[in-house]
Write a protein of this length. Structure first.
Length: 318
């Protein structure tokens, strides 16, 4: 079961990584199309993307393919969360940052500097440490129904705050949105882990478990918030803070409430690996956000939502 969990977590990492790049590509292409049409500037009163621009992004073929890959990532991550300690399954899933960075160089024209490669290598090394230190015992669930309700209530609050903040923060919301999406995706892993009615299968118990409602809310809002973040910010930066949230929150909850442990005598290595993965992801986010805007990744002729606006303004004033 341990090896199967590793395989599915790795599959989720590939699926999510491909998804992030394709959805970022979709956001860019939709923005370029809007710019070339010379229509609505596609911004709201706070300076962030309007609902119309987000809807146009959702209709882009590349974005639709990326959305299908989210389903692949979710399936792999869900199985891994049931078979592995959360701090291991989620850290492997967070390797989608590496897939995003590598594929982004080819698809989005992103330039990776030496500092970026160092940060990415730090994440890889940390993942290896966690793999060595992680236990192979059967993980536990949460028997207390109060925990299920508490997770649902916390998720509802986080989701509401995330949606509100994305449109209040405007163009500054990219990193916040990535982090919020990461927390919500991390909550999904926790909810999948404790979900009742799976084994043995009981559909009534499944749909009446607050953990199932948590998965629905966290999945829908997390997907939406990440989409808006990809319209605003550099894909590597958004993905990096996302993996921090989806790794740190489940890892901590798993250790505190769900009985996750490291191999005897290797707890220190798990801690070092966990901290290293988080720091490495933060470094990628920091350097990835140093560009002028999300579409600084692309040549000016390819443009994007924010660069397109600037380019159009320059044409109008010239």
């Amino acid at each position: 079961m341990f090896v199967i969990g590793i395989v599915f977590a790795s599959l989720a990492a590939v699926g999510y990584g491909l998804s992030s790049v394709l959805r970022a590509l979709g956001a860019r292409r939709a923005a370029v199309a809007a710019r070339d049409a010379g229509g609505d500037p596609a911004v709201n009163s706070a300076g962030g993307p309007s609902m119309g621009s987000t809807a146009a992004t959702l209709r882009d073929p590349a974005f639709l393919v990326g959305t299908a890959l989210v389903v692949l990532g979710f399936g792999g991550g869900a199985i891994a969360a049931r078979l592995l300690p959360l701090f291991l399954s989620q850290t492997i899933v967070s390797a989608n940052l590496i897939v995003t960075a590598m594929l982004g160089t080819a698809v989005l024209g992103i330039r990776l500097h030496t500092r970026d490669w160092i940060a990415i290598c730090a994440v890889i090394a940390s993942l290896c440490m966690l793999g060595v230190a992680s236990t192979r015992h059967k993980t536990e669930g949460a028997d207390s129904f109060a925990f299920h309700w508490g997770l649902f209530g916390a998720t509802a609050v986080i989701a509401a705050v995330a949606v509100y903040a994305m449109y209040r923060l405007g163009p500054r919301a990219a990193i916040f949105g990535g982090a919020a999406a990461g927390v919500l995706f991390g909550v999904i892993a926790i909810a999948v882990r404790i979900l009742r009615g799976i084994d043995p299968f009981d559909p009534v118990e499944l749909i009446t478990d607050p953990a199932a409602w948590t998965i629905a809310i966290a999945g829908a809002v997390g997907f939406y918030v990440q989409t808006v973040a990809l319209q605003l910010g550099a894909v590597n930066g958004v993905t990096a803070v996302l993996v921090v949230g989806e790794t740190a929150i489940p890892g901590i909850i798993g250790v505190l409430f769900l009985g996750d442990k490291a191999e005897p005598g290797l707890g220190w290595l798990a801690i070092v690996g966990f901290i290293g993965a988080v720091i490495g992801a933060i470094a990628v986010a920091y350097y990835g956000s140093a560009e002028a805007d999300h579409f600084g990744e692309a040549p000016p002729t390819e443009g994007g939502w924010r660069r397109g606006r600037q380019g159009q303004d320059q044409l109008e004033t010239s």
